[in-house]
Design a protein around this ligand. Sequence first.
Ligand code: ADP
Ligand code: MG
Length: 253
Amino acid sequence: KEESGLLLELVEVKRHFGGIKAVDGVSMQVLAGHVHGLIGPNGSGKSTLVNVISGLYAPSAGQLRLRGEDLPKGSLFKVSRAGVARTFQNLQLFAELSALENVMVACEGAYRKSLPLVLLGFAYGEEHKAQADALALLELVGLANEARTKAKDLPYGAQRFLEIARALARKPKLLILDEPAAGLAHPDVLNLIEIVRKIRARGITTILIEHHMSVVNEVCDFVTVLDEGKIIAQGLPDDVKRDPHVIAAYLGD
Ligand code: ADP
Ligand code: MG
């Protein structure tokens, strides 16, 4: 099921907070199968933009379309139903549940009702499938050996990767990762790069917010650069990092 073409389209999207123009007329296209980098200095509007895409905030103006259909506005639940999953800058794990359970509770539909059984240690039929799928996702993020470990007992980097597995459990068309490398030690940054590549290999489209140009260079097919709520450059990572506007914006950061 190779998908191609335009997945997400934003037209003149704005989100203002009182007098603050956090996102100020952003038009961009995310192609299916791409890892689309979203970069820019602190306060440039990256999180606000993905908060609008994912439905946490309603846009002040503009259009958002996923595969040509209008995305629901201002509803995390409805946008998630439409096929968009995200991680947050703050971790959202269930501390007392195991890594496996954390992935399973993130699953939708049929898995929901089977979770109580799974937590009690029963796994038949559909429950078994749910467990197998969750384990496969833990494997993808390098946590297969930690399936039974409580989330609170995992190291910080592993907790971040568990969040990614939870987002993938929703089987999204579009995955949004907001600064997944934040606070990671170097070996985990390398692990993260590997995970993003595996997600791409599965055909899942990703918007990756990232502060480090090196990570962007390693994994992104295309990059959009924001500054003060507006796009100041777009293109291939190699071209964008040489763009004088981008260099100037980062020097001022
Ligand atoms: P980034 O993620 O690029 O660092 P943000 O999107 O978090 O930037 O912030 C962009 C601007 O919007 C900042 O000036 C920030 O203070 C402001 N902002 C973000 N969220 C809110 C909010 N909920 N209320 C008021 N201002 C906000
Ligand atoms: Mg942010």
